[in-house]
Design a protein around this ligand. Structure first.
Ligand code: PRP
Length: 186
């Protein structure tokens, strides 16, 4: 049975209002940077869906949406294996188009690097990365992240698209996990 997250919530790291305010600002910046252009926003499933849905409502230039899936974490594992595999590709031709990858979090950077390497061979006009969360202390690969919602410390986080064993993605805030209490209540 799914546990009540209050059993292991350390703190609400970023509340819903702060997330929405930051997305408004990101959307305004992106709209300004791409004035007169169009963007294909590519959401990396599954964590990025809430961010994509809120972000596109704050962008005023014409957009398309696409979805990709990358498997990099083993079932039940909480560490990246560092060997991502593309399991779902975009549906349209991105050649000569502005592409922006939309992620909930960049951690080691392996996932986003794999997607950038994969798509850049198709000669998009531009290829940028937008992530809600940047856990920069954990980076293992050299990757440029163009738009960042929040830089966060090296803590295990959940909510607003991010899961714990596939649950809690629907919470409107980003919470951090008290690992001692999480293990104790498991
Ligand atoms: C998470 C997140 C990123 C990736 C970041 O995805 O959504 O895609 O991990 O980690 P990295 O920078 O260390 O590669 P996950 O594989 O957990 O899938 P999910 O989005 O379906 O939860």
């Amino acid at each position: 049975m799914i546990r009540d997250y209050h059993e292991f919530l350390e703190e609400v790291m970023i509340d819903s209002a702060a997330i929405q305010r930051r997305i408004e600002a990101l959307g305004a910046q992106i709209s300004k940077d791409y004035a007169g252009e169009e963007i294909v926003l590519v959401c990396i499933l599954r964590g990025g869906v809430l961010f994509l849905a809120d972000l596109i409502r704050q962008i005023s230039v014409p957009i398309n949406i696409e979805f990709m899936s990358v498997s990099s974490y083993g079932v039940g594992a909480r560490q990246s294996s560092g060997q991502p595999r593309i399991t779902l590709d975009v549906n349209s031709d991105i050649r000569n188009r502005n592409v922006m990858l939309v992620e909930d979090i960049v951690d080691s950077g392996h996932t986003i690097k794999a997607v950038v390497d994969f798509l850049s061979t198709r000669q998009p006009k531009s290829l940028r990365v937008c992530t809600l969360l940047d856990k920069y202390e954990r980076r293992e690969v050299d990757i440029e992240v163009d738009y960042v919602g929040f830089q966060i410390p090296n803590k295990f986080v959940f909510g607003y698209g991010l899961d714990i064993d596939e649950y809690y993605r629907n919470l409107p805030f980003i919470g951090s996990v008290d690992l001692t209490r999480y293990m104790a209540s498991e």
